[in-house]
Design a protein around this ligand. Structure first.
Ligand code: ATP
Ligand code: MG
Length: 437
């Protein structure tokens, strides 16, 4: 017996009382069986969409995916997605079923699902309907296709990436036949829209098993991001040792927090042009390469920008002993980027030979300097100064670029502790500078 939110119980009960079968299905059942909090609840029912609309005629009902049999019912302000049992016919394009037909049988609906762990239905009346051994696969921590992996991947090519994603997120091993089929059918992933691919890839990257999955399925990853393929076998020299650049990338990811922008930055921080590039070229262009990859993958502009800024600045020398230079750096790139850059640099070092670990203390010190500046509200931007452009003009400066320059001079004075961030001392500090000039 699962403890479900009131609105889900209400929907399931109401459908049942109206003479239909109704189950919770998919991720929520899987997560609850794993004693994890569920986040989205999918309801599946023998009622067809028109019947569902009639059952909930006293509620607001939105036709969110009517073609696929999904309607959303608003219960006490909470949206609940209800999908009619579906049976899918052939998939001639490997992306969409040729036709969707509704069914009265929950078995049909479970058959069309991707993985055994995602194909368990639950209702109060019937308990768990587990036709493909999903519960035992959860217990044994296994990702396995429902039915023949070859067929399932041929129907919908995205599923091979979904198998990888769930292996990473749940930390489950992929069953041998499913694994083989992922490798064998990998080229079909290129027929799927990059939007769908990117959404799965992002979840994969933030999973607890990301390292293992990126390692095992590098062949799939390289098809999606050829810029990483050139890392394979590209050995970097470090002291007496060498390491493979792709291994380094994967390790670097595993040393970052599971936050998407950091993981993407780690994934792309050492990308090289597929045509190959010299070491100096590589350093200079890698934020551009990363931007190309992210745009191709249809990443949002805001996220791509965040990621590329981290990559762009991760080659800057940061000296934790020199508080002023650290604050200058944070002032130049912004506090958030500065912290993320340090996190990426830390992961980058941890992914190298342990003899370089000594550099970590420097980065930790720099991180502390930035946190301290943030907590104490230290001015790191001209906007934070106790004087503004008008104050500078009142000193007799003509409005124009000179005003901005003087504000930046004042800011640098504050950052380097030459003057406090107070109006009068700052004006005096600027006045003295103007005189000398
Ligand atoms: P998450 O916790 O990421 O939301 P989820 O299992 O709910 O996990 P969704 O992508 O939201 O995953 O999909 C909901 C359910 O729909 C899955 O559990 C699965 O049963 C089914 N499903 C989703 N995508 C596919 C697909 N491409 N092929 C077959 N079944 C799918
Ligand atoms: Mg879901």
């Amino acid at each position: 017996m699962f403890d479900l939110p009131d609105e889900i119980n209400y929907v399931l009960d109401k459908l049942y009382e109206s003479g239909f079968e109704a189950y919770l299905v998919g991720g929520a059942v899987r997560d609850m069986l794993m004693q994890k909090p569920a986040h989205d609840y999918d309801v599946t029912t023998s009622a067809n969409p028109d019947e569902t609309k009639r059952v909930f005629s006293s509620h607001r009902v939105v036709e969110t995916g009517i073609k696929h049999g999904t309607v959303t019912v608003i219960v006490n302000g909470t949206p609940v997605e209800i999908t009619s049992f579906r049976r899918e016919s052939a998939y001639s394009d490997g992306r969409h079923p040729d036709a969707v037909s509704f069914s009265k049988d929950v078995e049909d609906d479970l058959c069309r699902r991707d993985l055994t762990v995602n194909a368990i239905a639950y209702s109060k009346q019937k308990g768990c309907v587990d036709l493909f051994g999903g519960i035992s696969d959860i217990e044994n921590r296994i990702i396995r296709c429902v039915g023949s992996p070859e067929e399932r991947f041929a129907e919908d090519h995205l599923r091979l990436l979904r198998a990888m994603r769930f292996s990473s997120v749940l930390g489950f091993a992929v069953e041998e036949k499913t694994k083989e089929a992922v490798h064998e059918n990998r080229k079909f992933i290129l027929t799927v829209s990059f939007e769908r691919v990117f959404s799965e890839l992002c979840k994969l990257l933030c999973g607890i098993n990301a390292k293992e999955v990126l390692h095992e399925y590098s062949d799939v990853i390289f098809l999606l991001i050829p810029e990483l393929a050139v890392q394979k076998g590209c050995e970097r020299e470090y002291g007496d040792g060498k390491y493979d650049l792709y291994e380094h990338t994967v390790n670097c990811i595993s040393y970052t927090e599971p936050l998407l922008h950091l993981r993407l930055a780690a994934l792309l921080h050492d990308t090289v042009k597929p045509s190959g590039a010299t070491e100096t070229d590589t350093l200079r262009i890698r934020d551009t390469v990363a931007a190309n990859v992210l745009s191709r993958l249809r990443c949002s502009a805001a996220l791509a920008d965040t990621v590329c800024r981290i990559i762009k600045y991760c080659d800057e020398q940061i000296n934790g002993d020199d508080k002023v230079s650290v604050k200058r750096f944070a002032s130049k790139v912004g506090i958030k980027t500065a912290k993320d850059v340090i996190k990426l640099k830390r992961a980058d070092i941890l992914a190298q030979d342990p003899r370089y670990y000594s550099r970590l203390s420097d980065l930790n010190a720099a991180y502390d300097v930035i946190c301290e500046a943030e907590e104490n509200g230290v001015a790191l931007n001209v906007r934070d100064l106790a004087v503004n452009g008008r104050d500078i003009i009142s000193l007799g400066v003509k409005s124009g670029p000179a005003v901005g320059e003087l504000l930046r001079y004042a800011l640098d004075g504050v950052i380097s502790d030459n003057v406090g961030n107070e109006r009068e001392p700052l004006l005096e500090y600027v006045r003295a500078h103007i005189k000398v000039k």
